[in-house]
Ligand binder design. Sequence first.
Ligand code: DCB
Length: 514
Amino acid sequence: MKLWRRVCLLVLCAALLACGAAAAFPDVARGSWYEAAVSEMQADGLLTGFSDGSFRPGETVSAAQFVTIAARCAGLSPVSGQSAHWAAGTMEAALRAGWYDWDELPPTGERFDRPIPRKLAVKILMKALLPDVRGDYSTESAKIRDFSRLDGRYYEPVLAAYAAGVVVGDAQGNFRPDSGLSRAEASVLLLRARKLAGNTAQPPAAQPAVPAPAVTVKGGVSENGWLQVKGTQLCSAAGQPVALHGMSSHGIHWFGKFAASQAIANTAAYGANLFRVAMYTGEGGYLSNPAAVKAQAFATVDAAIANDMYVILDWHILSDGNPRDHQAEAVAFFTEAAARYHDSPAVLYEICNEPNGSADWTRDIKPYAEAVTAAIRAQSPRSIVLVGSSTWSQDLHLAAQSPLAAENVMYTLHFYAGTHGQALRGRIDAAMEAGLAVFVSEWGTSRADGSGGVFLEEARGWLDFLDARGISWANWSLCDKQETSAALRPGAPADRPWTQADLSESGQFVFSRF
Ligand code: DCB
């Protein structure tokens, strides 16, 4: 070959490589459970993301998106479609290939942009990639705690998917056939199926390479409705176990801009279904300036509701360590709040952030909690009430010895990964054993003073522990303060969506766990 031809060829190769190596999606968190799957699929040209360069891992995948990616994985080419929808050709090809029936996704397209239910997604991916796998009815159905909710039409593909190890269920062992799935989950599932399909030497029951997402996005208020406590578990109105994951604000009277609509919407976009409104009572907060701080707290609650999130209204006692000192103010405040939100299933009431100092469970906190819970229930009988304990909400064992005689009450445990470990986890297990429902309404990746570290290994251990128990959590805190627990880097904007570069080391880790 002549030299100039070789040079041209080299230049051409370099150009092709440059095009092939697409930039990583800025909203795919490094180290997250889905990162490896998304990058591999992206590298293979199976995922393209949105025109603004984002991948939107927490967004619910639509039927058209799911079928399109499955078609790419299976090498199915589009034919001419029956509607003007962007995916009509691929949908028609999938329909003809028998991946789904016309009544499941009518070719007229009206359901193409709706969330695809998990049962249908699994049917499609099994038909597309692993059509010969079968699962034994009694072996596989025993693995699925909510098998009775699955319509018989989907038995075959779902049992096959469990047998192949493509689907493993959530932390409670549920399949949730009628829920949607996130784009991140869809990528992980499709990649697993694709790998199994391409490697017949691998035994079908092999462990999936990427760990299953534990309880993460479990839908917002419109999906789950009025929450209820059943035994020790927080459940949806329909009685399904639910986990809420989200951020706590810092003190709203200090960091109000990160407790306003755009910041809350940004957090929801990463997959959070919970926001905690930390309304300090002392330190210049509500007790110093009730009208303004209350108005701000309600505006924050409203913004969270507008994003379909559950929202904790937190009476953030801290320097005022004994809740009994301001019981009358708390009763008045929660009476007004519960009257205002009595018809909203979104609002949970955290009535004393962290009692400390000499505050005593039996003498102070329990009677306070009884009075405030009664005031809330007089306005809003079904609302969930979260109760703290002494030693900055670490004395769960004392609450367990003498819990409140009321339904839909949960007990908070707060931890900081650089300070607290096995001893507090042991208290959670003992409290659950005693029948208490536990809610981690505040935790940090730092030490207990909000700085130091970050302690991501410890935090990972803690979250895995919580996930395995279906325990909900809110992370401290959504602000750009110069402290390691802050989820945003100093100077991060509050008036536009965030990129990875706006998130601190803690924020990147925490957001990847929504
Ligand atoms: C809790 C509080 C929360 C506090 C964080 C981190 O307090 F609920 O308000 O947040 O944990 O300490 C910090 C902020 C700082 C701020 C400071 C005072 O991050 O920016 O300056 O509040 O408003 C705890 C929790 C546990 C323990 C101690 C505290 N503990 N504490 O285990 O010793 O002392 O505030």
